[in-house]
Design a protein around this ligand. Sequence first.
Ligand code: CO
Length: 175
Amino acid sequence: MKYILTAIVCITLLVSCGESKEEKATLKTKTTTVKKSKVVAKKEMVVVDADGVVNVNMITADRMWFNLKKITVKAGQKIKLTLTHTGKLPKSVMGHNVVFLKQGVTTSAFASEAAAARDNDYIPEGTTAVIAYTKMLGGGETTTIEFTAPAAGTYDYICSFPGHYGIMKGKLIVA
Ligand code: CO
């Protein structure tokens, strides 16, 4: 009887040991996969194609967020920026755009002017403060703009939806 019990305990231990090893192995594989895809995704956000055009994949969601805080280009380079809103909220609630501001423009001053321009997608009509901008998107929408990188320097970009510019911002660095 004692032997049988010992045998059962041993078998149980072996089985559970084997299982947990397998589980660990599975977890390890999963973690590695996630890490790999993250690296690939990050790399593909800014890609210079064969024609020298800088393709920028800007992503946003149902919160105040841009995937890119910094875009580095060379003066005179063509920039093709695609903004994708991966969320579900309508643009009246969680609208997002990307607005590249000229040097010397104060983001807060521009943002308050923009906030008053609701009928014009939150872009002040006739503004001379911008280099380029996308249209305002709601969840599930995407848009592409093309423009030429300005002279060397650092430029601010923001989302001009009311209240977003404080968090949704980044720098265009032209080398
Ligand atoms: Co926004």
